[in-house]
Every structure is written in C-alpha cells, then in structure tokens.
Design a protein around this ligand. Structure first.
Ligand code: NAD
Ligand code: TYD
Length: 346
C-alpha cells in the first residue's frame, strides 16, 4: 500500500544547519532544489560551526540566522519575515556522553525547544514540520530483531529520553491540534563535518595522531551505520512525500560492532591495533541498535546509496584533508569535555 502526499517546498527553515547532519542537508537542498529558499537557524553551540557552511554564504537562496529554538519571539519573527512553509528540525543536543555528565541542556533544547517550535510554527501557519529524531528512542535490542515504527518507546539515556519527549510532543500536536508533523528516526550517521566527540571521527583523528583509541566496555556494542547523505536524502523524501502524523525509520541495514569499526579505521590508515584501549563502559550503554527500514522503502521508495566500506574510506580521507577544520573545533571547550569524560576511566 503506497500512500504519499506531495508537498512542495518553497521556503524552509532548517534548524541546526551549522551542525553535522544539518550542514550536509543545507548543502544538499541548495544543490538539488534550486527553487527553494532556505533559512539556516542555529544557536551555534559548541557543536555548531559556521565554517561547515562557509561555502554556501554567497548562495542567493541562503540566509543564516543565529538564534535559539527556545527563543519564541525570534523564531516567530524569522518564520513570518521569510514566509516559511516548512520546518526541518535538526537542532539538538546530540551526544549521549554529554547527556550523562549533565542533562539540563538536553531537556531545554530537545524538549522545550520542540514545544516552542511547534507552538510558534502552528500559530504562524507553517504548513509542515519534520522532527528529525533517532532510533535511540526505542531503547536497546538483544541479539535478534530490529526497531520498527511500532516498537514501543523505551529510551535509556538522558539524550534519548529528551528526544523521545520531543517526538511525543510532535505526536500530541498532530493528534490534538491536527498539526501536520512528521517524525523520522534514523540510526547512527557518519560522514564529513561530524564533530569529533562521536565514535567514527574521534577514532579517525586519534589514529591519525597515533593516540590511544578509547573503546567502551568489550567493544561489542552494535550500531547500524548510515552515511549522512543517505540520511539527508531520506529526510528530504519524508518532507516532500511523507504522510503527516507518521513516523518513518531510516536505516541502511548495516550493523557493526564498535570494535570492528575501530579495526577497519586502523586498517584504512595503516595503523596498528595496539593503539586500541578498552576503557570503562559508558553507564547504561545500549547494547544493540538495528533499524527495519521497510516502511520508508515501501511507501516512499527511498533506499540508501552509499556502501559502507567506501563511505568510511571517503570519510577517513575527508578528515585527512580537513585538518584545520577539526583542529579548530577540537580546541577550547572540547578539551575540557574530553578530560571530564575520559580521564577518570582510563
Ligand atoms: P550536532 O550536535 O552535530 O548539531 C546540532 C546543531 O544544533 C548545532 O549546530 C547546534 O549549534 C544546534 N543547536 C543546539 N542547540 C540549539 C538551540 N537551542 N537552538 C538552535 N540551535 C541549536 O547534531 P547532529 O549529529 O547533526 O544531529 C542532528 C539531529 O539529528 C539531532 O536532532 C539528532 O538527534 C538527530 N540524529 C542524529 C544522529 C547522528 O548519528 N548524529 C542519528 C539520528 C538522529
Ligand atoms: P556515539 O558515536 O557516541 O553514538 P551513540 O552513543 O549515539 O550510538 O557512540 C557510538 C558507539 O561507540 C557507542 O556504542 C559508544 C561507542 N563509543 C566508544 O566505544 N568509545 C568512544 O570514545 C565513543 C565516543 C563511543
């Protein structure tokens, strides 16, 4: 059964477009949807970096606005001034380890921020709202099975709990207000412009510098990896063709144990496995994630295009070629975080 609705994007607000996935999405829209005007609305937290979108500054359809999604007056003014018809909501606090150290910002941005955006967007007559969420809201799997859209929410980390709360607010706006919200839930992303606190860029950068690679627990936790460009294309497909009120899981059928990813990165770089350090496990560490993407395949015809080993090798090359970018984002605040998160365990 294929039931799609066609929605034409004309003027869109992308939140979090200076972050990892958001910046890839902004670049894709400007390249592939020449008729679409795009406002990138981002607070520029530690994870937001205008260097990631510097090449887009001169594009005639592109505007950057520094703003907080919790600032309802600024969101309202931005939506009305730019005649926004669609919001694609990426902005979030996104790192599990940081949410374990301190959860307040996660609740503020991922819960209050969603409520603010929904309220203001509905009042301003924005026609469609896409909440970009995560498979982590479903909790952890055992050795078998996959997450489908009907898997019960069972978030385990402060990060995933805050995303789940945001998703439930979206559900409530659809059911209570008949407001056209769509939710996507994707698995772990990798690719260019990812902040080096996350597994793949952290391991690439540590290995390049012959540093120690900190693997949590036994290294056998499993994640289901997807290239960021495949994720962005899926979000665009949902924005244009998805049914309001629906949830769409996004994944590439690509499960890997962490230790195997780390070993593959070392192999690509020609570095020894002796750089691996097993460190104390992350508290509450989810064992396995795996996405069943049958709904988005069947209903919307989306399929991933980037093969993992090739995408990973290209990502390693990207970090080799973009050292000034990651060196700058890894200075300052990042070093304080790194010491807090890793020092006591190693
Ligand atoms: P990121 O941390 O790289 O970027 C987040 C961006 O949001 C940054 O530019 C930051 O400045 C901005 N931001 C944070 N708080 C804000 C606020 N209050 N107001 C405005 N802007 C704010 O995150 P990411 O990895 O690009 O993730 C983007 C979205 O995708 C998130 O909603 C995340 O939950 C979801 N997601 C991520 C993954 C993944 O593997 N990274 C997987 C599935 C879903
Ligand atoms: P991460 O990139 O933080 O994503 P998430 O926790 O949202 O899945 O971590 C991916 C996996 O890698 C996860 O199982 C935790 C593990 N990991 C390590 O083993 N060492 C590290 O230094 C980091 C950051 C993650």
């Amino acid at each position: 059964m294929t039931q799609t609705t066609q929605h034409t994007l004309r003027s869109i607000l992308v939140t979090g477009g200076a972050g990892f996935i958001g910046s890839n999405f902004v670049r894709m829209i400007l390249a592939e949807r020449p008729g679409v005007r795009l406002v990138n609305y981002d607070a520029l937290t530690y994870a937001g970096n205008l260097e990631s979108v510097a090449d887009l500054d001169a594009h005639p359809n592109y505007t950057f606005i520094r703003g907080d999604i919790c600032d309802s007056a600024k969101v309202d003014e931005t939506l009305r001034r730019h005649g926004v018809d669609t919001i694609i909501h990426f902005a979030a606090e996104s790192h599990v380890d940081r949410s374990i150290l301190s959860a307040a910002e996660f609740v503020r941005t991922n819960v209050m921020g969603v409520q603010t955006l929904l309220s203001v967007a509905m009042a301003a007559g924005v026609e469609r709202f896409v909440q970009v969420s995560t498979d982590e809201v479903y909790g952890s799997l055992g050795a078998e099975g996959k997450f489908s859209e009907t898997t019960p929410i069972a978030a385990n980390s402060p990060y995933s709990a805050s995303k789940a709360a945001g998703d439930l607010l979206c559900r409530a706006w659809f059911h209570t207000h008949d407001y056209p919200v769509l939710v996507t839930r994707c698995s772990n992303n990798y690719g260019p412009w990812q902040f080096p606190e996350k597994l793949i860029p952290l391991m690439i950068i540590k290995a390049m510098g012959d540093g120690e690679l900190p693997v949590y627990g036994d290294g056998k936790n499993v994640r289901d990896w997807i290239h960021v460009e495949d994720h962005c294309r899926a979000v665009l497909t949902v924005a244009e063709q998805g049914r309001p009120g629906e949830v769409y899981n996004i994944g590439a059928d690509n499960e890997w144990a962490n230790i195997d990813i780390v070993k593959t990165i070392l192999k690509i770089l020609g570095k020894p496995e002796s750089l691996i350090r097993y460190v104390k496990d992350r508290p509450g560490h989810d064992r396995r994630y795996a996405i069943d993407p049958a709904k988005i395949h069947g209903e919307l015809g989306w399929k991933p295009q980037i093969q993992f080993e090739q995408g990973l090798a290209a990502t390693v090359r990207w970090y080799q070629q973009n050292e000034p970018w990651w060196r700058r984002v890894m200075s300052g605040e990042y070093m304080n975080y790194y010491e807090k998160n890793y020092a006591p365990k190693m």
